[in-house]
Design a protein. Structure first.
Ligand code: NAD
Ligand code: LMR
Length: 329
C-alpha cells in the first residue's frame, strides 16, 4: 500500500486531484498539505468510504509532518496563469514555492518519487533537481515533471476530428510543457492515424496551445484544473500499477535524461543533444524511471523540426532554473 502527499491540495487542481486519489484503492494514506483551507477539503474527502486514511496539514510548520513516510509526493502548489500571461510569467513566484517544498521533501522523505505539476514545468523540474543535488539526495530516476495532460489532450483532440477513433489512442508527446516545446509525435500513434498535412498542422498547434483554450474560457479564474487533476491521477495510477505488476506501463513525463543514458541517446540524436531534461515516454517502475521507451521508427520532417525548436527553448528554461538555484542559495 502506498502513502501519497499532495502539496497545494486546497487549490483548483489539488482538491480535484485529492478526490480522485481518494478513489484509488491502492493508496493507504493521503497526506493533504496547503497553507490555506485544507481542513475543510480533507475532512470532506475523508468521508468517502475507500481504503485510504486522509490526514491534513496546514501551514509551513506542519510540512515536515505531512512528508513522513511518504512514497509519492505530488506538487500542484503555485499560482496559475491569467489571460495574456505565458507559463514563464509564473516563474518568480512559483520558483520560490517549489524551492521551499522540495527542500522539505529532501529533508523528510528523500527517497520519495516526486511529481511536479506547478508551472512553468520546464523551469520547476530543473530547479527541483538542483535543490535535491544541493541537499545530496538527488536520484534522477525519482523526479518527474507531469506532462500527462499533453498526451490526454492529444488523444482527445484526435477524436474531435476522427469520431471513430478510440480515445485510448497512444500518441507520444515529447519536449517540454509549454507552447512550441510541446511536440506531439503523431506519426508514432498507435493505432496509426490517417491525417492530411493540414490536419496534422492544426492538431499539433491545438495540442501545443490547449492550455490557452482553458485559460481563455476561464477568463481570469485560472487555468486547467479538472483535466489536470484527471491527468495527474492517471499518472499516479500508472505509477502504482507499475509497482504492483510486471506489465510495461508507459506515461510521458519531463525527466532528467541521466535517468536512462542509453534510452536518452535516441532522443538526443533527434535534435535534443546537450539537453539535461526532456519530456519522453517513460516506462515506470518502483524506482521511478525504469527506462525511456524508445521510439520505433523515424519522426517526420515536421516532428524533427519540432524537436529542434523545443530543444532550443528548453535549453534556456533549464539554464534559468539552474542559475535561479545558484543565485538564491
Ligand atoms: P490554485 O491557485 O487554484 O491552487 C494553488 C494552491 O497552491 C493553493 O491552494 C495555494 O494555497 C497553494 N500554495 C501556494 N503556495 C503554497 C506553498 N508555499 N505551500 C503549499 N501550498 C501553496 O492553482 P491551480 O489551478 O491548482 O494550479 C496550480 C499550478 O499548477 C499552477 O502553477 C498551474 O500553472 C499549474 N498547472 C500545471 C499543469 C501541468 O500540465 N503540469 C496543468 C495545469 C496547471
Ligand atoms: C495547461 O497546459 O493547461 C497548464 O499548463 C496550465 C496553463 O497555464 O496552461
Amino acid at each position: 500500500m502506498v502513502s501519497v502527499a499532495v502539496l497545494g491540495a486546497a487549490g483548483g487542481i489539488g482538491q480535484s486531484l485529492s478526490l480522485l486519489l481518494k478513489l484509488n484503492q491502492s493508496i493507504s494514506r493521503l497526506a493533504l498539505y496547503d497553507i490555506v483551507a485544507i481542513p475543510g477539503v480533507a475532512t470532506d474527502i475523508s468521508h468517502i468510504n475507500t481504503n485510504s486514511t486522509v490526514e491534513y496539514y496546514i501551514g509551513q510548520a506542519r510540512l515536515s509532518a505531512a512528508l513522513q513516510d511518504v512514497d509519492i509526493v505530488l506538487i500542484p502548489a503555485g499560482i496559475p496563469r491569467k489571460p495574456g500571461m505565458t507559463r514563464d510569467d509564473l516563474f518568480n513566484i512559483n520558483a520560490s514555492i517549489i524551492r521551499e517544498l522540495v527542500e522539505a521533501v529532501a529533508d523528510n522523505c528523500p527517497s520519495a518519487l516526486i511529481a511536479i505539476i506547478s508551472n512553468p514545468v520546464n523551469f520547476t523540474v530543473p530547479i527541483a533537481a538542483e535543490i535535491l543535488k544541493a541537499r545530496g539526495v538527488y536520484n534522477p530516476q525519482h523526479l518527474f515533471g507531469v506532462t500527462t495532460l499533453d498526451a490526454v489532450r492529444a488523444a482527445r483532440f484526435v477524436r474531435d476530428i476522427r469520431p471513430n477513433m478510440d480515445t485510448s489512442v497512444y500518441i507520444p508527446v515529447v519536449g517540454g510543457h509549454s507552447g512550441n516545446t510541446i511536440v506531439p509525435l503523431l506519426s508514432f500513434a498507435e493505432p496509426q492515424l490517417d491525417l492530411g498535412q493540414e490536419e496534422i498542422e492544426e492538431l499539433v498547434h491545438r495540442i501545443q496551445y490547449g492550455g490557452d483554450e482553458v485559460v481563455k474560457a476561464k477568463s481570469g479564474a485560472g487555468s486547467a484544473t479538472l483535466s489536470m487533476a484527471y491527468a495527474a491521477a492517471r499518472f499516479v495510477k500508472s505509477l502504482i500499477q507499475s509497482f504492483e505488476t510486471d506489465l510495461v506501463i508507459v506515461e510521458p513525463a519531463l525527466v532528467d535524461l541521466a535517468a536512462d543514458p542509453q534510452g536518452a541517446r535516441q532522443i538526443k540524436s533527434l535534435g535534443a543533444d546537450g539537453l539535461a531534461f526532456f519530456a519522453v515516454p517513460v516506462v515506470l517502475g518502483k524506482m521511478g524511471v525504469k527506462r525511456i521507451e524508445l521510439l520505433r521508427g523515424e519522426p517526420s520532417v515536421l516532428e524533427r523540426k519540432g524537436i529542434e525548436i523545443a530543444a532550443a527553448a528548453l535549453k534556456i528554461s533549464i539554464d534559468k532554473g539552474i542559475s535561479y538555484v545558484a543565485k538564491t542559495s
